[in-house]
Design a protein around this ligand. Structure first.
Ligand SMILES: C[S@@+](CC[C@H](N)C(=O)[O-])C[C@H]1O[C@@H](n2cnc3c(N)ncnc32)[C@H](O)[C@@H]1O
Length: 304
């Protein structure tokens, strides 16, 4: 069943994505209720992730056999299969821990962008494909912009804005490792240099400092994790924090500046009334990609 579905989806998606020079996309998104997994294609590699639950935990080799079926259906060699166990509700802290240290990076095409992914070492690969369209939108609005990319992770929104002609950017993240990865991505796309800054800081602390220093941006991307717990730092919960965080981000935007806010929180309830903004528009329908069956994120375009 899974092999048939993956083959069918691959046949439907490959042509249109190749036409747009896109080398990473989702081939199976929990299409069949009993097969709780996702399968992603990365330039000829398959990342198969199971949403762990006790029933399949009790079947040794379940994920391996599902992955082999997908690989056989798509004629992918066994060395190019990568397995993951995810949880619908991640246990505290586990999401950003290393799984292995193989460290191999693969270059992936996303239209005019190139992104380095790591398919073995972490739960996430370095590229969130559900935001492919959002990145394209940011790129199309970035000419001459001064970008603030908060929670920048591997810097893919910064790469998109730079490709769209942003004149400068600041990318903020608490993780030095991800900031290094973001720098590598920017360099890979030919945009290394002093006009693109990387700041290792809590996003809220950075916003407070930038406001104090009267720093202003014309474009901001705010795409935080749903939850984050780090030792020695205050817990982060997007449902609780988003109104204050968005207001803080708007405070460092010039009038007319655009804030792209998005969240992957599955039960997110927006509280966006009363923001100091000209317009607040949910644009989820415009940013969801055609290869995801379920609603992977919600996105909002907010004009200061
Ligand atoms: C879900 S990702 C963000 C996705 C990213 N916006 C993208 O474009 O792919 C989570 C990132 O947030 C960072 N992070 C978590 N808590 C943070 C905080 N309080 N301040 C800044 N960055 C944080 C993590 O280090 C990680 O790189």
């Amino acid at each position: 069943m899974l092999a048939n579905r993956v083959r069918k989806n691959a046949r439907r998606l490959r042509g249109p994505f190749e036409k747009k020079n896109i080398g990473a996309y989702r081939l199976y998104d929990w299409d069949i209720p009993e097969l709780r997994m996702v399968v992603d294609w990365y330039e000829g590699h398959l990342v198969c992730a199971e949403y762990a639950r006790t029933q399949t935990d009790a079947i040794p080799g379940w994920l391996e056999s599902m992955a082999s079926a997908c690989a056989a259906a798509l004629e992918v060699e066994s060395e190019k299969i990568h397995l993951r166990k995810r949880r619908t509700r991640p246990v505290e802290g586990e999401r950003y821990q290393r799984l292995a240290t193989a460290g191999e990076r693969l270059e992936v095409r996303e239209g005019p962008l190139r992104v380095l992914v790591n398919l073995d070492d972490y739960l996430d690969t370095g590229l969130f494909n559900d935001h492919r369209e959002t990145r394209a939108r940011v790129r199309s609005e970035a000419a001459g912009a001064s970008l603030l990319n908060l929670f920048c992770y591997t810097g893919t929104f910064t790469c998109a804005a730079a490709a769209g002609g942003a004149k400068e950017s600041v990318s903020v993240d608490v993780s030095g490792r991800y900031l290094d990865w973001a720098k590598d991505n920017l360099a890979l796309n030919g945009h290394a240099g002093p006009t693109h800054e990387f700041v290792r800081r809590d996003a809220r602390a950075y916003l407070a400092e930038a406001a104090g220093a009267s720093r202003r941006f014309t474009l901001c991307v705010l795409d935080p994790p749903s939850f984050s717990t780090r030792e020695g730092e205050e817990d982060f919960d997007i449902q609780r924090e988003h109104p204050a965080l968005i207001a803080q981000a708007l405070a460092v935007l010039a009038p007319g500046g655009v804030l792209w806010f998005s969240t992957n929180h599955q039960r997110f309830e927006p509280r966006l009334d009363g923001l100091p903004a000209q317009s607040v528009r949910e644009v989820t329908d415009e940013t969801l990609p055609p290869d995801y069956r379920r609603r992977a994120h919600r996105s909002f375009r907010i004009v200061r």
